[in-house]
Design a protein around this ligand. Structure first.
Ligand code: PLP
Length: 427
């Protein structure tokens, strides 16, 4: 490769770029839970492609399957043609993910970003019910194309666009920066009072754990009661599992512990197995009212993603062993944060599985952005989230080694300690 001129990004790339601003380095290779730069620096990865790399960077088993597939001149681009790679993915997904969980969803391949799976879900909910409004939650993030952005609550992403984002009513999530809220009671009042001013919606859309909103997890009883309320009013329940799904919270689907079956589920990010672009909408069969090609897109058939996804599913999801390891690691993280962050410093932490947030709202002079920058100097990639980037988000690959998980956590604790300046936390 020719010598790289790093000024090219500032000169040629749009101002919209963001992660490259938070993590200013020229990355070139990556393996497992580590990234490395062109000038030979290594970073532990607690960002994992914003949740797209649950199985880490370049996992060997999946890489081998991809190389074999490319070596055999397998179709790479396939529109929505019937292909052997897609058939194999559907077979693996049904056998190892849907059937063991008693789920009969049909699978729609959308354009490969999460936002397009959400677009499809919103359109289908409206088509299937003949209603137009959707209830979503404050703090929710569902993508930034116009339809999904209408459901995304963040003022940052909506700025300047409010007038273009109709037909979504936001209500507070059960956990919020302002304290807990009885969202069910509010929803019940809106639905059961004929003069509430809120039309009966087509669907309720939610993340079971709000990732971008600040790592707020909906209580399991809330999810059960929400399902029952939606049933009672014949309103569709859509779970956006784009960030919290694919094992992130310790089960393949984040809603499994609630024992509920959403009417639709969106998956993207880690479903592609290797960080390859792929997104799907899962729907109960009776909701599949699409006309052929009514929701389309040229890149719905990324065959490499199908190969990677099928391999990942067979490799990690043939039994519960991998998920059990994720849950174990999640317990280690919870224990560490309790002992080293909440206990000594009184800083709240929240999360499930391997998705955790450290809430720095009330720590004077310490922002998540500052902690993230210091962590980066110390060799850890970790991002912030929340309404005003006040939450440090821990999102390591699910395959992270115990050693690098501990090293990363120590780096977080040391950085917090240094910035809080009280020396309470020692690395
Ligand atoms: N939904 C959730 C819950 C997400 O976390 C994201 C992305 O972070 C999206 C939707 C949008 O996905 P994408 O960025 O692939 O469009």
């Amino acid at each position: 490769m020719s010598v790289i001129d790093e000024t090219v990004f500032e000169a040629a790339e749009s101002a919209v770029r963001s992660y490259s601003r938070s993590f200013p380095a020229l990355f070139s290779t990556a393996k497992g839970d580590c990234l490395s730069t062109a000038d030979g620096r290594y970073y532990i990865d607690f960002l994992a492609g914003a949740g797209s790399l649950n199985y880490g960077h370049n996992p060997d088993s999946i890489k081998r399957a991809l190389i074999d597939y490319l070596g055999g001149d397998g179709l790479v681009h396939g529109l929505d043609l019937a292909t052997s790679a897609k058939a194999d993915f559907l077979d693996a997904f049904r056998e190892h993910i849907l059937r063991p969980r008693g789920l009969g969803y049909k699978v729609q391949f959308t354009s490969p970003s999460g936002t397009n799976a959400v677009e499809a879900a919103l359109k289908l909910a409206r088509l299937a019910t003949g209603r137009s409004t959707v209830i979503a939650f404050s703090g929710g993030f569902h993508g930034v194309s116009t339809g999904s952005l209408a459901a995304t609550a963040s003022g940052y992403f909506r700025q300047g666009l409010h007038q273009t984002l109709p037909f979504v009513t936001h209500i507070p999530y059960p956990q919020t920066p302002l304290g807990d809220f009885d969202s069910l009671d509010l929803l019940r009042r809106l639905l059961e009072d004929p003069s509430s001013g809120v039309d009966k919606p087509a669907a309720v859309l939610l993340e079971t754990v709000q990732g971008e909103g600040g790592v707020y997890a909906a209580p399991i009883p809330f999810l059960k009661q929400l399902r029952a309320l939606c049933d009672r009013h014949r309103i569709l329940l859509i779970v956006d599992d784009i960030q919290a799904g694919c094992g992130r919270t310790g089960t393949f689907f984040s809603f499994e512990p609630a024992g509920i079956e959403p009417d639709m589920v969106t998956l993207a990010k880690s479903i592609g197995g290797y960080g390859l672009p792929m997104a799907v909408l899962l729907m109960k069969p009776e909701l599949d009212v699409w006309q052929p090609g009514q929701h389309n897109g040229t890149f719905r058939g990324n065959q490499l993603a199908f190969v990677a996804a099928a391999t990942a599913i067979r490799h990690y999801w043939s039994d519960d062993a991998f998920a059990a390891k994720v849950r174990k690691k999640g317990e280690l993280v919870a224990d560490f944060l309790q002992r080293r962050v909440t206990g000594p410093l009184g800083i709240p932490v929240r999360g499930r599985g391997l998705m955790w947030g450290i809430d720095l709202s009330d720590v004077p002079g310490v922002t998540a952005g500052k902690v993230s920058r210091l962590c980066f100097e110390k060799g850890l990639v970790i991002e912030s989230c929340g309404r005003g980037s006040e939450v440090l988000k821990l999102l390591p690959p699910l395959t992270i080694s115990q050693v690098n998980l501990s090293l990363g956590l120590d780096t977080v604790a040391a950085s917090l300690s240094e910035l809080a300046g009280d020396g309470t936390i020692q690395s």
